[in-house]
Design a protein around this ligand. Structure first.
Ligand SMILES: Nc1ncnc2c1ncn2[C@@H]1O[C@H](COP(=O)(O)OP(=O)(O)OP(=O)(O)O)[C@@H](O)[C@H]1O
Ligand SMILES: O=C(CO)[C@H](O)[C@H](O)COP(=O)(O)O
Length: 405
């Protein structure tokens, strides 16, 4: 629970700058207690600055990068569940808010730092992925402020209207997750991250997921989806994809190699690429740390129909970093049997035997629960909990005896 003190209009210029992003005409600007938006609407704010301090100290900041439609929301739901709570939009706030709050975590979507709204992007001929369509100065100032225990008024990008809405108050949580297109793009923001993840979905798989969602749930046509993916590709390659070199963990999703020339995209090969030497993060391993292992566990202990399941594990390099890579190709037929696989994995940061399997069973209805996407997202969630607990333990005051000695 955060402890907050409200400062009224007498707030200092420095404090006010946290909530007064004067840089872009599209942002809401505060004067006194009133916020002005570029569309001329005025929004009254009861208090200007709220200074808060998370009870455990400063906020731990996690970055999750991926293109749109690549499973960020699903990952966030798994992560929040590891911390034992459900995430909900801010109570009584904008119904189109992109923020999700639980007891421990607040997830903010970096789309809220778009400096150009939908019409503005069209006018300027840029996609939302282009740096020119995003306000990195404000992103940096606000993430830094939250990390330091200060509340901010963050803008909201409304995906329903395509407009920038009046800002919402974000109080510093124990864990802040910044998810979206660019959490690792700006060095200043990147340096604020305690841990970073990149969801690297191959083009074939991204296309299959986008078609499934945008045709079934959003009524888009196939040609429209193809055109949107093509239009975003150059900016994706230039500004989004390169961020994976900075990630502490990358979840790479590829078509299976178990079915020759598979073009259905239903069976997936998923790789968890874990950076060696990242602070407070020890990579998971299979059987024997540092060895190169290939394991086909099918048999009496794991029911799996064609094409089966194959795990591989071993050391590698990724963008000149030493990494460990755990790979799973194929899918589970019976999720409860995952315990057999879990018992052969080490460094999982579980609190009890079978916790990975329990988490997976709890959310068996989430996409990817029968394959490596769900398994590795769950494992990364447990590693983040472990990292958070290490940081909290480090901050805890030394026991009295130790202080006296
Ligand atoms: N692991 C998975 N396996 C199969 N399909 C998946 C998986 N993860 C996501 N999908 C599909 O992709 C769609 C988008 O997932 P999700 O909403 O989690 O992505 P997102 O990155 O949050 O998207 P956006 O940024 O556009 O809101 C889902 O509706 C689902 O169809
Ligand atoms: O890449 C995206 C991240 O979610 C969106 O396309 C971007 O935020 C623009 O949103 P919209 O298409 O709703 O105008």
């Amino acid at each position: 629970m955060a402890v907050c003190t409200t400062l009224h209009t007498a707030a200092t210029a420095a404090a006010q700058s946290l909530i007064s992003p004067h840089r872009h005409r599209q942002q809401v600007i505060f004067y006194g207690n009133t916020a002005y938006s570029p569309r001329g609407a005025r929004h009254h704010s009861a208090a200007l600055v709220v200074r808060c301090s998370a009870a455990t100290g400063d906020t731990v900041v996690i970055g999750l990068a991926a293109d749109s439609g690549c499973g960020k929301s699903t990952f966030m739901r798994r992560l929040t569940s590891v911390f034992g709570g459900a995430a909900e939009p801010p109570k009584g706030g904008n119904p189109d808010s992109n923020t999700l709050i639980s007891d421990t975590t607040t997830v903010i979507c970096l789309d809220d730092y778009h400096s150009l709204d939908r019409a503005g992007r069209k006018e300027n001929g840029v996609t939302a992925l282009h740096p020119r369509a995003n306000d990195f100065d404000l992103m940096y100032e606000q993430v830094k402020a939250i990390k330091e225990g200060k509340a901010v008024h963050k803008p909201i990008y409304n995906h329903v209207t395509g407009l920038l809405d009046p800002p919402e108050l974000i109080k510093p949580p124990k864990i802040l997750v910044i998810e979206g297109l660019h959490p690792m793009f700006d060095k200043r923001v990147r340096d604020l991250l305690d841990f970073s993840i990149y969801l690297d979905i191959s083009n074939e798989v991204k296309f299959a997921w986008k078609i499934q969602r945008d045709m079934a749930e959003r009524g888009h046509c196939l040609e429209g989806i193809k055109a949107s993916i093509e239009a975003r590709k150059p900016d994706f390659d230039a500004y989004i994809d390169p961020q994976k070199q900075y990630a502490d963990a990358v979840i790479e999703v590829l078509p299976t190699q178990l079915i020759p020339d598979d073009n259905e995209g239903k069976v997936l090969r998923v790789r968890l690429i874990m950076k060696e030497g990242a602070k407070k993060f020890t990579p998971v391993y299979l059987f024997d740390e540092g060895s190169t292992i290939s394991w086909i566990p099918c048999g009496r202990k794991l029911t799996c129909s064609y094409p089966g399941i194959k795990f591989t594990y071993g050391p590698d390099t990724y963008y000149d970093h030493d990494v460990s890579v755990l790979e799973m190709d194929g899918q589970f037929d019976r999720l409860d049997e995952l315990i057999y696989v879990e018992s052969h994995l080490s460094n999982l940061s579980t609190k009890f035997y079978g916790e990975v399997t329990q988490q997976m069973l709890k959310h068996s209805d989430f996409p990817g629960s029968n394959n490596g996407t769900g398994l590795f997202q769950t494992i990364v969630g447990l590693k983040i909990r472990d990292l958070y607990e290490q940081i909290v333990a480090e901050r805890a005051p030394a026991p009295l005896e130790a202080t006296r000695a």
